[in-house]
Design a protein around this ligand. Structure first.
Ligand SMILES: NC(=O)c1ccc[n+]([C@@H]2O[C@H](COP(=O)([O-])OP(=O)(O)OC[C@H]3O[C@@H](n4cnc5c(N)ncnc54)[C@H](O)[C@@H]3O)[C@@H](O)[C@H]2O)c1
Length: 323
């Protein structure tokens, strides 16, 4: 198979390229990325063909491509509060342009979406989002990702484009930009700086190791039903306050490095995905234990300062700037 992987200078996409070449060494991969502040050429494995372009202008890169895997997005909720337009431009219009180019090129389209399209759950809600749950996005990032999902489904229904969507829980692992909570806390702790925890610190997220996410996309690309959406989750939840404590404890640092900052507007309380469908239909399940995966991830940031230190100047948002 010949894959075009968009957004693969970012966190999940670059891990996906490494995963794919490890598991499918006879396949070929082209990476396409606009190299926004979140994209990093150093995350793309050596020897992989790289196209520096926006997904809105990707048509010329689609010749001979069997499948497009679309990770490209503006992805940071906090930044979306301050610059929502960039999110709608890439996540909605950019995705539509890429869908159109895929249709013309006759390529299969796999789209990577997020649990955040459903809005949030109460902290004590016994339920979880299913693939049938209504979309209720509450932030510009969530709304732009929801818009992209609708566009992907419309291209399937209207033009018969062979599409699949995976909706995933929060990912963690190596090569994640140090603006997101686990690398943010880890890289700040490693520099002896305070960890900024929002006032509603009990808000929880469901955590999945990025390699488990990549394995799920692999299952869907090979055996997923065209037109279907599959949830990808671990069922393992941890609050931001839990994470701050775990990271400080693992690094042998005092817990008084935790600093409370004002909540982000529209900060969702909780997301949890019911991922029964992918488990029963495609036999996927997560394989990486959260405690072990977190320890390994922290060790990766300790050992790879040369990867993240140059990125610190690029961090786009001062958390709490909206207060
Ligand atoms: N990180 C998570 O926990 C998570 C969970 C579920 C779903 N997702 C989704 O997975 C995808 C990847 O997330 P990530 O965490 O790796 O994000 P990321 O911010 O690390 O990477 C995004 C990449 O997209 C590129 N990009 C941005 N705009 C572009 C454009 N117009 N054209 C081409 N490239 C562009 C950036 O340069 C960057 O390399 C996103 O679609 C995100 O919504 C992420």
């Amino acid at each position: 198979m010949h894959l075009l992987v968009t957004g693969a200078a970012g966190f999940i996409g670059s891990n996906f390229v490494r995963y794919w070449l490890r598991h499918h060494p006879s396949d070929t991969v082209v990476v396409l990325d606009a190299l926004t502040y979140a994209g990093n050429r150093a995350s793309v494995p050596d020897g992989v063909e790289f196209v520096h372009a926006d997904i809105a202008d990707a048509a010329y890169a689609l010749t001979g491509v069997d499948a497009v895997v679309n990770f490209a997005a503006e992805s940071h909720n906090s930044r979306a509060v301050q610059d929502p337009q960039a999110f709608f431009t890439t996540n909605v219009l950019g995705t539509q342009r890429l869908l159109e180019a895929s249709r013309r090129a006759g390529a299969r389209f796999h789209h990577v979406s997020t649990c955040e399209v459903y809005g949030d759950l109460a902290l004590d809600d016994p339920g979880a989002f299913t693939e049938e749950s209504p979309y209720r996005p509450r932030t510009p990032y969530n709304a732009s990702k929801a818009g992209a999902d609708h566009a992907v489904r419309a291209y399937h229904e209207t033009y018969g484009l062979p599409v699949t969507i995976t909706v995933c829980a929060n990912n963690y692992g190596p090569y994640q930009f140090p603006e997101k909570v686990i690398p943010l806390f880890t890289t700040r702790a490693l520099r002896g700086l305070p960890l900024p925890v929002y006032r509603s610190s009990a808000n929880r997220r469901e955590w999945l190791h990025v390699d488990d996410h990549c394995a799920a996309i692999d299952r869907v690309l090979h055996d997923g039903r065209l037109g279907a959406t599959y949830h990808v989750g671990s069922g393992v939840e941890a609050s931001v306050a839990d994470l701050a404590v775990s990271i400080l404890d693992r690094l042998g640092l005092p817990r008084d490095l935790i600093e409370t900052v004002p909540d982000r507007p529209g900060h969702d309380r909780r997301y949890l995905l019911d991922s029964t469908l992918i488990r029963s239909e495609l036999g996927w399940q997560p394989t990486i234990d959260f405690e072990q995966g977190l320890t390994k991830t922290i060790t990766w940031y300790e050992e790879n300062r040369a990867w993240w230190e140059p990125l610190l100047d690029r961090a786009a948002v001062n958390e709490g700037a909206w207060a």
